[in-house]
Design a protein around this ligand. Structure first.
Ligand code: FES
Ligand code: FE
Length: 429
């Protein structure tokens, strides 16, 4: 078995491609990362009413996230206490019980076993402890600004400690409209890609590639700007200026624990122009004029390690299936109390960039596929297995709170992922 400590070098500038291909490393990641720490499982708005549920995974462990009749949130292992069959196969729905199809055992949405078929056939003690038997609950459930996390580890520590430096950003994220309502539309897009899960985690906040890979998006933007000018009757010959991320004052942050963020305030300023004045006034009155720009957009994208990617209009849940296979559950973030024009714009942006026929998201996925093909060379001992994450590694600045910051094109956000990864993987579970 490869020692994970040997796969990420001390200066954190180089990563061995075996981290993306090795089967033992993949299973160790499940034990040392996914079954040890807090994992994002859903947003409260996805299970708003009593009986609502969704199904997802903690690593490879299937779970049901349910809202019970007392308003509580339960995260239950999706596994029948009898012989292990999953008891719920739907992505989401509303139900006050889950029935295992194999022999018909029934559980309520808190996980208690409420019905056993041909129960009389069980003799004294044959069912074991009647109090204990049911859908097992995870060790810990917590929620921060509507984001629900769960852990299989009773010693995972507090959710607040886990979230650490991400919290101020999540506070802003949760206050995007005057009444603070956010509705996450479950799994609007779902896809698998034939590559390692960490490629999605490291790509979400990368500021280096957009100017190059997402050329189509830039062209569409220029085209749309020209069309908008024409619609306004403007006849100017002035060319539409192309915005380069690399030329913007845009910063990348290593927030600690593998969490990271890229901030592009200029993009948010441009976005602000689209919002009606009354809406901006209302935001300013509710939250104070200083915060309006931070609340619109928001002007950043964040990866909460290991499995949550938050962008302006979506949440993506990263689920590892195998070293070279990943499933992504992507949900649109609607702001029900925002003006209709803002909501429509957000939806169009989401579909246009990240949708199955979008001009952005599919580009990234194609790169993941090509990278995984390149990683097959890890098997050949004569070939160099090291990948470079060294860009501007020496220019990182460390703030008082321990957060590291550098230019957004510097790969600091990718180094953040592997610093977090090495920390988890270096410790016995
Ligand atoms: Fe579920 Fe038998 S496996 S009832
Ligand atoms: Fe991209």
């Amino acid at each position: 078995m490869i020692d994970p400590a040997e796969l990420v070098d001390a200066a954190m500038g180089r990563v061995n491609m075996n981290v993306y291909t090795d089967n033992d490393i993949f299973h160790l990641e499940m034990r040392r990362i996914f079954y040890r720490t807090w994992i994002y499982v859903g947003h409260e708005s996805e299970i708003a009413c009593a009986g609502d549920y969704l199904t997802t995974y903690i690593g490879q462990v299937p779970v049901i996230v349910s809202r019970d009749e007392d308003g509580g949130i339960n995260v239950l292992i999706n596994r029948c206490a009898h012989r292990g069959t999953t008891v719920c196969q739907r992505d989401r729905g509303t139900a006050n019980f889950f029935k295992c199809e194999y022999h018909g055992w029934v559980y309520n949405n808190k996980g208690a076993l409420t019905g056993v078929s041909l129960a009389k056939g069980y003799g004294e003690g044959e069912l074991g402890d009647a109090q204990r038997i049911g859908l097992q609950a995870v060790a810990a459930v917590g929620s921060y600004q509507g984001l629900i996390f769960a852990s299989l580890n009773p010693e995972a520590g507090s959710l607040e400690d886990f979230l650490g430096n991400t919290k101020p950003y999540l506070d802003d994220w949760a206050a995007q409209t005057p009444d603070g309502r956010i509705r996450v539309e479950s799994a609007a897009f779902q896809h698998t890609f034939p590559a390692n899960w960490k490629l999605q985690a490291e790509n979400n906040t990368e500021g280096y590639h957009p100017d190059f890979l997402h050329q189509a998006a830039v062209r569409v933007q220029i085209h749309n700007s020209r069309r908008a000018r024409a619609a306004r009757g403007e006849t100017t010959e002035k060319p539409v200026r192309r915005q380069r991320i690399a030329a913007m004052d845009s910063r990348g942050y290593d927030l600690g624990g593998g969490h990271n963020l890229v901030e592009t305030p200029q993009v948010a300023m441009l976005a602000k122009k689209r919002f009606p004045a009354e809406f901006l006034d209302e935001l300013a009155q509710t939250y104070g004029p200083d915060r309006v720009e931070a609340l619109l957009g928001p002007p950043w994208r964040m990866t909460i390690f290991p499995n949550l990617a938050i962008a302006g209009s979506n949440i993506r849940v990263i689920q590892p299936l195998a070293p070279d296979e990943t499933y992504v559950r992507q949900s649109f973030i609607d702001l029900p109390s925002a003006p209709e024009s803002v909501r429509t714009h957000r939806r169009e942006q989401e579909q246009g960039f990240y949708g199955p026929a979008g001009y952005g998201g599919p580009d990234d996925i194609e790169m993941f596929t090509r990278m995984q093909e390149g990683f097959r060379t890890a098997q050949a001992a004569s070939l160099d297995p090291w990948l470079l994450f060294t860009r501007q590694a020496t220019s990182e600045e460390v703030l008082d709170n321990g957060v590291r910051v550098a230019d957004s094109t510097s790969e600091i956000t990718q180094r953040a992922v592997y610093r977090g990864w090495a920390e988890y993987m270096g410790q016995e579970a």
